[in-house]
Ligand binder design. Structure first.
Ligand SMILES: Nc1ncnc2c1ncn2[C@@H]1O[C@H](COP(=O)(O)OP(=O)(O)OP(=O)(O)O)[C@@H](O)[C@H]1O
Length: 209
């Protein structure tokens, strides 16, 4: 099991303190992060992933009781968010292949084909990312977070711009993360998405709801 412990986390931008004193322990496969627009969900997720440094506090990740070393954590993580951009000039396939290069992994064509099929983009697989519709781009972001088979997956507003089939896709992804050695974290203000999660932590109330 992957466990997360957050202790006294604080993040400010200049004089704007987005959150402070956030502490909780989480054991389970799925965690929702709830809060209204501007409450700090994305900022919190960025701190958890290491994209942003908190001003104060600590974050501990354990797998099977052992602390996850920082250099392993990045390879275990998948992250999909509207602000994580892929390359406009590269095709869907090339973007995934490039990400494998960045991770110093061999391009796994089977995994790339599997995920391009799974997110229902085979008909545009060789088109530039920048020419896809916003919903298709969101689907490729999901594929890019998943095709290296992460143990920890962070999704920020995963359903944004998705149609009904896309939302079913999110449900399927959540199902695949119902495994004892995986953890899925969804930041969202959509009750539909949050109810997919076993536990939901409210940024505003600073407690599980
Ligand atoms: N890089 C930044 N520089 C300055 N302020 C920032 C930065 N990133 C976020 N903020 C501020 O932090 C606050 C929280 O923003 P954040 O995007 O985390 O909220 P959110 O809950 O994810 O919002 P939404 O539901 O609208 O996506 C906002 O006041 C925002 O303006």
């Amino acid at each position: 099991m992957i466990t997360l412990k957050v202790e006294q986390l604080k993040k400010s931008f200049g004089n704007n303190t987005v959150f402070s004193g956030i502490s909780f322990d989480h054991n389970g496969n799925t965690l929702g992060i709830a809060g209204s627009n501007g409450s700090g969900k994305s900022t919190f997720l960025k701190c958890l992933s290491g994209l942003l440094n908190p001003n104060n506090g600590e974050i501990f990740w354990h797998s099977g009781g052992d602390e996850i070393p920082k250099n392993q954590f990045k390879n275990m993580l998948g992250y999909a968010a509207p602000y994580i951009n892929l390359y406009n000039e590269l095709s869907c396939r090339e973007n995934l292949s490039f990400l494998a290069d960045v991770r110093h992994e061999e391009t796994d064509e089977t995994a790339i084909n599997y995920w391009i099929d799974k997110v229902e983009l085979p008909h545009v697989a060789d088109q530039p990312f920048g020419k896809l519709s916003t919903g298709q781009q969101q689907r490729l972001r999901l594929a890019s977070a998943l095709f290296h088979n992460p143990d920890i997956l962070m999704l920020d507003e995963p359903g944004s711009n998705l149609d009904e089939a896309g939302r079913t896709l999110i449900n399927n992804i959540v199902d695949t993360f119902q495994s004892p050695d995986k953890l899925l974290i969804i930041a969202s203000n959509s009750p539909e998405e949050l109810q997919l999660c076993e536990h939901v932590f409210s940024i505003e109330q600073q407690s599980f709801v």
